[in-house]
Ligand binder design. Sequence first.
Ligand SMILES: [Zn+2]
Length: 94
Amino acid sequence: MLTEVFSRHSADCPHRNNRYYKRCRCRKWIAFIGMRKRVSAGTRSWEQAERKARALSDDSRPLSQTVGEAARLFIEDKEQQDGSEVGPPSFVGS
Ligand SMILES: [Zn+2]
């Protein structure tokens, strides 16, 4: 699956006529070539958007599964962080 990064410029961006302009601060998107599919890169950095596009194009699994897995890992990570903040159990009344 091939992907490409493009800019979704704001209406007042001086580079709005060039969707491949990299240096403005508009939102970057990822297009799946050959598919009518576009996803937000979730960043305004072209470099970060390219990294994400590469990760998506290297991954042969369905996108929905990848997103679900990422969400699961995030939740697990969050639970571990929360657990570490609780501290050692207190033995009240023993
Ligand atoms: Zn722009």
